[in-house]
Design a binder for this molecule. Structure first.
Ligand SMILES: Cc1cc2nc3c(=O)[nH]c(=O)nc-3n(C[C@H](O)[C@H](O)[C@H](O)COP(=O)(O)OP(=O)(O)OC[C@H]3O[C@@H](n4cnc5c(N)ncnc54)[C@H](O)[C@@H]3O)c2cc1C
Length: 404
């Protein structure tokens, strides 16, 4: 028996590691288009931009793969899937046969139709090569224009300010991180970023990258404003890498469509992480999660299913983002319409039909952990209780633990 995994990111690596941990005795082949050993992506927009230590990013040393009998094919891109032959074909024409195939191909940066994005001085931040280029550019740049006020744009903005660069964030939505956060938490982060010296242009579209002497010199906005900058970061969201699946005839809809066991429309093929859309019980809707935790939990579930103990993927989603000294943590899966109850400045509790669906915190790891426990057991507070002055989720979690 053999398992072939396309993509050596967080999810792909974890499938290989979990299969061996669970005692899988067949062949395991992990194929990555990137040349580097599988590495952690979150530090690319945080610690790595400051310290530049790439070795610290590796998920495991090279010896781990040899010791665990995992065939690691670095710098190898899969060009297509031949489902009839149950094989994947590399871009060099080599066929690699599988019994189970896992698609862990992640996502790539979205490129909005803005003229000038190809100019030197416009950079993205998705992989280690991008981070190395960005780090080099930061050493000479004076002002960064950041297209996109999501997690990566804001993490970079905070690092840029910390390194003494000016930073301007251009966001089309009227508030920051609007896809993921309550309006109250978006507003709080706007204040925190302005306090760090970042200029925010909210509700503004970038319509052109300005040019001077063949390089990016800033960004023109839809109201005619010119943001002058010698470095432009494109951080306007991602597009899931679904082409292999689509060309192989698998169902795709904002991600490779999988069932609760993370199987695609072909039962021999699984998909996970940034490239997959799964039925989310908590949201009552299909969901594609872009987070390390989701990719890792889904990988563990796939390994169990391959081992013959299928368990649906139903883990509680959680996420973090470090923006300067401010650690944002989110537990749960919320709809934009979920009610938001602020508890002081740094905590927002979300509710749907009076049930707690999520908790957003800043620099409050104890509350985040309490929220995860309460969300996992469905024993959260009522909306009326949470609205009381000085409400403390930690006390409720301790009380519930005592009575469960
Ligand atoms: C800068 C940055 C900061 C982040 N910060 C956080 C954070 O703080 N917290 C958090 O929870 N999440 C964070 N994320 C998101 C998190 O890293 C992703 O959700 C996670 O990596 C998804 O894992 P994955 O396995 O689905 O895909 P990835 O880790 O993206 O791996 C996909 C891999 O597949 C490879 N691949 C694609 N197509 C092919 C092919 N045809 N053949 C071979 N290989 C292929 C790609 O090259 C890539 O190496 C961050 C992401 C970035 C880019």
């Amino acid at each position: 028996m053999s398992v072939v995994i396309i993509g050596g990111g967080h999810g792909g690596f974890q499938v290989a590691a979990s299969l061996r941990q669970d005692g899988y005795a067949g062949q395991v082949t992990l194929i990555s288009a990137e040349a580097a050993l599988p590495y952690q992506r979150p530090p690319l927009s945080k610690a790595y931009l400051k310290d530049g230590i790439a070795d610290a990013l590796h998920l495991r040393p090279a010896s781990f793969y040899a010791r665990n009998g995992i065939t690691l094919r670095l710098g190898t891109r899969i060009a297509r899937i031949d489902r009839a032959a149950a094989a994947v074909i590399t871009d060099q024409g080599e066929a690699i046969a599988y019994d189970h195939l896992v698609l862990a191909t992640g996502a790539r940066n979205a490129r909005p139709p803005v003229p000038g994005l190809d100019l030197p001085g416009v950079l993205g931040l998705r992989d280690l090569d991008d981070a190395q280029r960005l780090r080099g550019a930061m050493s000479t740049a004076r002002h960064a224009a950041i297209i996109g006020g999501g997690f990566i744009g804001l993490e970079f903005g905070a690092v840029a300010r910390g390194a003494g660069l000016g930073a301007t964030v251009i966001e089309a939505a009227p508030r920051l991180m609007a896809r993921a956060l309550s309006p109250q938490m978006s507003g709080r982060f706007a204040t925190l970023h302005r306090d760090m010296g970042t200029e925010l242009c909210l509700g503004r579209l970038a319509v052109e990258v300005l040019e001077a002497e063949g390089r990016a010199a800033g960004v023109r906005l839809d109201d005619g404003t010119r943001v002058h900058a010698d470095l432009v970061l494109l951080a306007a969201g991602v597009v899931p890498n679904t082409e292999l699946a689509q060309e192989a005839g698998l169902a795709v809809a904002n991600g490779i469509v999988v069932d609760k066991h993370l199987r695609s429309s072909d039962p021999a093929i699984f998909a996970l992480g940034d490239c997959a859309t799964f039925p989310c019980r908590r949201m009552g809707a299909p969901l594609r999660l872009e987070s390390v935790q989701a990719a890792t939990d889904q990988a563990r579930a796939i390994a169990r299913t391959i081992m013959g103990q299928p368990a649906p993927y139903d883990a509680l989603p959680w996420f973090w983002s470090d923006q300067g000294p401010h650690k944002l943590q989110i537990a749960g899966a919320c709809l934009p319409s979920d009610a938001a109850v602020p508890v002081g400045d740094n905590i927002v509790i979300r509710f749907r039909d009076c049930h707690m669906t999520g908790v957003e915190t800043i620099n409050a790891p104890g509350v985040h952990m309490a929220a995860r426990k309460l969300l996992a057991t469905g024993l959260g507070p009522t909306q009326a209780d949470a609205a009381a002055a000085g409400y403390d989720l930690r006390a409720l979690a301790a009380e519930r633990k005592a009575t469960v």
